[in-house]
Ligand binder design. Structure first.
Ligand code: ACO
Ligand code: KIV
Length: 314
């Protein structure tokens, strides 16, 4: 707490039971996230509780947390597989008990942006002045899309994780949600986006979980261009093939050489190394590069330079 100061809300996650809530209180936190499942499958097989027992537990645990002065966020776990009327009743119960925020978890990622938008609209309608939050999982690769759909429906808090780290296929990723909200939905989030790449690398190193090469925003290839047509466009104006500038997120543009390369890209890569060839010689070098790439070789800018120098000296 001392390290992050009062600029960051540190919130303790607790099952809907007194023991877990007491642990958050003992930790000296001022905010708590209380959750209990409201889907039939979770109530039957995991909790072994009836609907009435779950509603009672919601009221008891939220009001107990509130009685200790905590800011309380409540989650009906597995909300998106819960029977809708019961889900809304559970939410109303939490609000009656004093909940300050309502978080809607798509716990196993079964929503589409369309269905989630419709659900969050209904939740916002019953939540009144309470902030509605969304917590999306990526089991079908839709966590980011569903998160922004939730915002479009009125959610004003999004649960995210750096690099999308989370159970199974992970959660909505901070870098994707932030940049989608900023660039596609034009929200000013007051977030230092130019630190996203650095943050992603740090979390990857500390967690030991690698960042996929093609990962949006922070992947090594997120701003990588190989195809000749793309490289030519990027050389003329990066916005032809970059909806975000790499600098905006602290990432880097990479012009790659390979079997899809074209003469404009090769020319740029060689001229950046001080080598100027006429078109005929560029095409000879390009053919050599494509031949090597076809055999599976990775071609670096240095390789291209060496091929060019060899040609000039022949
Ligand atoms: C929703 C999410 O999954 S978010 C991620 C939650 N985080 C984690 O699970 C990681 C840390 N978890 C842990 O360290 C352990 O699971 C603990 C300490 C929370 C509990 O450990 P244990 O006491 O050994 O229980 P275990 O994890 O085996 O089983 C969970 C128990 O909690 C109960 N439970 C699960 N969710 C809830 C809930 N929201 N409210 C109340 N009880 C719950 C289960 O019914 C089960 O109860 P039982 O012990 O009476 O059978
Ligand atoms: C605790 C809740 C929000 C959760 O992690 C989930 O349902 O995925």
């Amino acid at each position: 707490m001392e390290e992050v100061g009062d600029k960051t809300e540190v919130i303790g996650l607790a099952r809907a039971n007194k023991n877990d809530i007491d642990k958050v209180i003992e930790a000296g936190l001022s905010s708590i996230h209380v959750f209990i499942a409201t889907s039939e499958i979770h109530m039957k097989y995991k909790l072994k509780m009836t609907r009435e027992e779950v509603l009672d537990r919601i009221y008891e645990s939220v009001s107990y947390a509130k009685s200790h002065g905590l800011i309380v966020e409540f989650s009906p776990e597995d909300a998106t597989r819960s029977e809708e009327d019961f889900l809304l009743t559970a939410i109303k119960t939490a609000i009656q008990a004093g909940a300050d925020r309502i978080n809607i978890p798509d716990t196993v990622g079964v929503m589409t942006p369309f269905t989630f938008y419709d659900l969050i609209k209904k939740v916002v309608n019953v939540a009144g002045d309470k902030i509605v939050s969304v917590h999306c999982h990526n089991d079908f690769g839709l966590a980011t899309a569903n998160s922004i759909a939730g915002v479009a429906a009125g959610a004003r808090q999004v649960h995210v994780t750096v690099n999308g780290i989370g159970e199974r296929a992970g959660n909505a990723s901070l870098e994707e949600v932030v940049m989608a909200l900023k660039k596609l939905m034009h929200y000013d989030l007051n977030i230092k986006t130019w630190l996203l790449y650095e943050t992603s690398k740090l979390v990857s190193e500390l967690s030991g979980i690698p960042i996929p090469y093609f990962k949006a925003i922070v992947g090594e290839n997120a701003f990588g261009h190989e195809a000749g047509i793309h490289v030519h466009g990027v050389i003329e104006n990066p916005a032809t093939y970059e909806p975000i500038s790499p600098e905006e997120v602290g990432n880097f543009r990479r012009l790659a050489l390979g079997k899809h390369s074209g003469i404009h890209g090769l020319k740029k890569i060689l001229e950046d190394q001080g080598i100027h060839l006429d078109d005929n010689k560029l095409r000879i070098v390009l053919m050599e590069i494509k031949k090597k790439a076809e055999s599976g070789e990775k071609i670096s800018a240095e390789d291209a330079r060496n091929i060019a120098i060899k040609l000039l000296n022949s």
